[in-house]
Design a binder for this molecule. Sequence first.
Ligand code: IDP
Ligand code: MG
Length: 153
Amino acid sequence: MSFNERTYIMVKPDGVQRGLVGKIIARFEERGFKLIALKLVQATEEHLEKHYADLKGKPFFPGLVKYMASGPVVGMVWQGLDAVKTGRAMLGATNPLASVPGTIRGDYALSVGRNICHGSDAVESAEKEIALWFPEGVAQYTQAQESWIFSDN
Ligand code: IDP
Ligand code: MG
């Protein structure tokens, strides 16, 4: 956990199609995280196989890659205190039926195969995913509101 922790959050093709991009961005902004990278991209199956390399042996893997390549996604990097774990908590459980109301999946999704968003599951995977989706790098800037979100004590 660190003040400058970064996580990779992605609105999946169903989230983009359903017009949920703004709502998902707003949740991270309102929580106090800082947006340091953002893009809409139509990913190739090859790129998505790299992103989901850990799941290669799973029976749902081919369907997952097709789903993720079925339309553009919005990839972003959010930075702030405990961003990885907090991002996962904001997303909800992998299966939306198990996601509590108030989470993104718990408010907007019903099925595990259409769960509208991705979030890194560990600091190490976040750094790998950021490098994969943003090889050009991310922004670095100071936000005027930082002292109103964090305290020294
Ligand atoms: P996560 O997205 O919550 O980290 P992972 O286990 O990493 O969950 O799985 C990646 C994605 O694969 C899930 O978000 C979901 O879209 C899909 N997925 C996971 N399990 C299943 C399944 O049992 N059936 C269909 N799709 C699945
Ligand atoms: Mg995962």
